[in-house]
Design a protein around this ligand. Structure first.
Ligand code: FRU
Length: 472
């Protein structure tokens, strides 16, 4: 089916006008080295891929408001993860089958083309619960020859094509090629209110056949969003974002979770079992991560530095300036035993502009700190006076005062403290512990920037002022 060109042109022109207006606006709390749109709302990263020597980063983008609504796919590309080109939205809601949102999805690069798979969201008008009735989640494919124009959209599957015991919530296709076949995982909510992942196979990228359903032995939440299936050291890893999990001590404290489980038995086998779920992040703001493979074989992941449905928990005060949210920095993944390790991309070392002393950080917004420890009993770091990282009784805690806008504290049990690496932008902090064994990702909105100050028991310390990303 061809694009509805008039609708598309109108939507894109309005978005461009808003973006231009935003350029002259208030820059308070805008991030220097995190991907964000010029205006409006951002959520999940989508379609991360390498195509013709460049990396493409798409994201859920609603230019008309600071809440999700008219979700497009916003678009950046980069060669080096340091300088970025901002492009017009790649996909917008211009068809009947995606009129209430071009929802999350992925890209497959194959035979010189870029294939974008996503969920077309439709909310029918009427008195519906929008879970078992009233919502359409369509599987759509758009193909691009050049990674810049996305001309055709094809409807590949609709709700009646998914298993009959699934609710209307079946979305977020992640497609990949393996041993000559194409596979797709889709997140789903069953009519028994359990979350699971549907696994499909295809020979031709358009006709898909269900081969498996990945679920835990015991119910684990009512919906699994944004599944991602990838391979590291010969192991199969399923990342997903489950909803409906109750807090358990330090675990599962956010409104929704994101994490991973190792698969045993092969993802297409009916005997495949989903191992223990492990959270990817211990902070307040991390969701819907997606991974891709870099040219040199590295598996790289990035998430949304935010969460849906936060309003009753904490705030994002940038809303009053007409924008909300950004993506996390990119993290290289590896396995230590069965545990996923996340390390900031080594390319970010190029952001280091100059080394600073502890006393000399006044009014610097973009900072990196590397602090080494030798298994202390206690340690403390303060960031801009209002954010605290405290290690005590084998527990590491991140907490905020006023700058957290409702974010109080999050903790993880940690046997021993060896290293803390902090990436701080104008309104976010990402903390990599013991070489990426644990990560805390969070927004916070400081009024003053006094710097990163370790208080006790550290062995070595380096602090850098970072450059922002370059936009071309
Ligand atoms: C996750 C999510 C996805 C959906 C998208 C819509 O944050 O809810 O499941 O495709 O956001 O923007």
């Amino acid at each position: 089916m061809k694009y509805n060109n008039i609708k598309r042109t109108n939507l894109l022109q309005t978005a461009a006008l808003l973006e231009r207006a935003a350029e002259s606006g208030n820059t308070k709390w805008r991030q220097l080295f995190h991907i964000m749109p010029k205006t409006g709302w951002l959520n999940d990263p989508n379609g991360l891929c390498r195509f013709n020597g460049e990396y493409h980063i798409f994201f859920q983008y609603s230019p008309f408001d600071t809440k999700p609504g008219t979700n497009f796919w916003g678009h950046y590309k980069t060669k080096d993860f340091i300088s970025y080109e901002y492009l017009p939205p790649a996909l917008c809601c211009d068809q009947n089958f995606d009129c209430h949102g071009v929802y999350s999805g992925s890209t497959l690069i194959d035979e010189g083309k870029m294939y974008l798979y996503y969920t077309g969201n439709v909310k029918q008008l009427g008195d519906f619960d929008y879970i078992t009735k009233g919502r359409e989640h369509n599987l759509i494919l758009a193909v691009s020859e050049d990674g810049l124009s996305f001309n055709d959209k094809a409807l590949l599957m609709k709700n009646s094509d998914y298993p009959s015991d699934c609710t209307c919530h079946v979305r977020d296709p992640k497609v990949f090629k393996r041993k000559g076949k194409y596979y797709m995982v889709l997140g789903s909510r069953t009519t028994a209110d359990t979350g699971e992942v549907l696994v499909y196979v295809s020979d031709n990228k358009t006709d898909w056949k269900l081969v498996n359903r990945l679920r835990t032995a015991e119910k684990f939440g009512y919906m699994w969003e944004c599944p991602d299936l990838f391979f590291l050291d010969g192991k199969e890893i399923l990342a997903f974002s489950p909803q409906g999990i109750e807090p358990e001590g330090f675990k599962y404290n956010n409104v929704y979770q994101s994490g991973y489980a190792l698969l045993q038995g092969g993802f297409t086998s009916p005997n495949c079992s989903v191992g223990e779920f492990e959270e990817l992040d211990r902070g307040f703001d991390f969701y819907a991560p997606q991974s891709f493979e870099a040219e040199d074989g590295r598996r790289i992941m990035m998430g949304w530095l935010g969460l849906p449905d936060l309003e009753s928990y904490y705030e994002n005060p940038s809303n009053k300036f007409g924008w909300a949210h950004c993506l996390t920095i990119l993290r290289e993944l590896s396995l230590r035993g069965n545990k996923l390790i996340q390390k900031p991309l080594k390319e970010y070392e190029k952001l280091r502009e100059k080394e600073l002393s502890v006393e000399n950080q006044e009014s610097v917004w973009a900072l990196e700190a590397l602090i080494s420890y030798n298994s202390p009993v206690k340690a403390e770091i303060s960031i801009h006076g209002d954010c605290k990282i405290i290690y005590e009784n084998s527990v590491l805690t991140l907490s905020f005062g006023k700058s957290g806008y409702g974010r109080k504290s999050r903790s993880v049990r940690l046997q021993s403290l060896e290293e803390i690496r902090i990436f701080c932008d104008s309104s976010s902090v990402e903390i990599f512990v013991n070489g990426g064994e644990e990560v805390f990702t969070s927004r916070f909105y400081p009024e003053n920037y006094s710097g990163i100050k370790p208080r006790e028991n550290y062995e070595a310390l380096k602090i850098w002022q970072l450059k922002g990303f370059e936009y071309i």
